[in-house]
Structure formats: C-alpha cells, structure tokens
Write a protein that binds this ligand. Structure first.
Ligand SMILES: Cc1cc2nc3c(=O)[nH]c(=O)nc-3n(C[C@H](O)[C@H](O)[C@H](O)COP(=O)(O)O)c2cc1C
Length: 168
C-alpha cells in the first residue's frame, strides 16, 4: 500500500508498534520523524510516544505543516502508559488528551486514531531520567518497575479502522 508511517520513539516501543502497523497494513515507507526527508505517500500514519504529557515537538511541527500534508489522508496515534483520561485538580491528562493535542496540531479530521499502551523498563532508561521517573511515580502513588502494555490487538483494530476509512 502507498502509505508512510512516521513516528517518534526514544526507547523503542513506539518503533516496535510502528513496524507492526507497517507489516499489517503493508505500508511501503516507515521512518523516525528525525530521519524524515521525503513525504512520498498519500496516506500518512503519524504517531509519537508521550513524555511529560506531550508528543515530541517534531511530530507536532510536522502535523502543523499544512503545505507538506496537503491532500494527504492522515491517521494519528500516541503511545503512553496513562491510556485513560485522568482528571487532576490543575488539568486533565492521559491518552485522550495526548491524542487531542495531535488532532489540534493537524487541524482537520484524521481517518483513524489510536491510543496504544506502551512499555517502560527502568533498567534501560538514562540514569537521570530513571531517578526522576522513580520520584514522580512515588509522588503520584504509581508503581515503578517494568511495565509492558503493548497489545497486538490494538494494532489490528487500528489497521482495520484505517482500511475502512480508506474505503469511505
Ligand atoms: C521520563 C518519562 C516520562 C513519561 N511521561 C509520560 C506521561 O506523561 N504520560 C504517559 O502516559 N506516559 C509517560 N511515559 C511513558 C512512555 O510514554 C512509555 O514508556 C512509552 O512506551 C515510551 O515510548 P518509546 O519506547 O517509544 O520511547 C513516560 C516515560 C518516561 C521514561
């Protein structure tokens, strides 16, 4: 299929999910947004892992680039650990908020969206980040340790929504 997957991944879980989407969709092109040169397909699947409640700035920058994305069908995804909406006294956080940020950057309808569960393995993290994350988890009463929420069924669902969106 003439489709291109563009993602941001730091520790590899978003890259893994992006490659699974590529395989299941039969997309021709895939790259990390930091290596993006040409946009060569009419269907783009664009996604980011979430760090500190936000998608990577280069993904947001790309979605706001109306000239580059003109006439392209776009599907959006995020990869995170807080998949559900969480209301805090100061603001809402969680998957739906992260996805809305991408939708707002795109500024028009996407053909499909998905909130994927990601993965966190403290032993693989940069030391400073691991210490920070441990402190944050303790503060919020969240468990700190290996977490793997990657679920192939979510990829299947997303790919099938993309395919049905194309038929419309
Ligand atoms: C420093 C740090 C900050 C994170 N911040 C969030 C966050 O704000 N919300 C969330 O749901 N997940 C958060 N995560 C979890 C990541 O989104 C998750 O581990 C994701 O799978 C990482 O993707 P990657 O392996 O492609 O880099 C954070 C992880 C780290 C290490």
């Amino acid at each position: 299929m003439n489709a291109q997957i563009i993602y941001y991944s730091k520790y590899g879980s978003t890259k893994e999910i992006a490659h699974s989407i590529q395989e299941k969709l039969g997309a021709e092109h895939i790259c990390d947004v930091r290596d993006l040169s040409d946009i060569s397909a009419d269907l783009l699947i664009i996604g980011s892992s979430i760090y500190k409640e936000t998608s990577h700035k280069e993904i947001l920058h790309l979605l706001k680039d109306n000239d580059r994305l003109k006439d392209k069908a776009v599907a959006l995804f995020v990869v995170c650990l807080s998949r559900k909406l969480v209301k805090t006294p100061t603001r809402d956080v969680g998957g739906p908020v992260y996805l809305r940020q991408l939708e707002e950057a795109l500024g028009r309808e996407s053909i499909a969206t998905q909130i994927f569960g990601g993965r966190m393995i403290p032993a693989e993290m940069e030391e400073e980040e691991r210490i920070d994350t441990e402190i944050n988890c303790k503060k919020r009463g969240m468990p700190f340790g290996d977490i793997d929420l990657i679920n192939e069924q979510e990829v299947d669902e997303f790919v099938s929504i993309i395919k049905s969106g194309l038929k419309r």
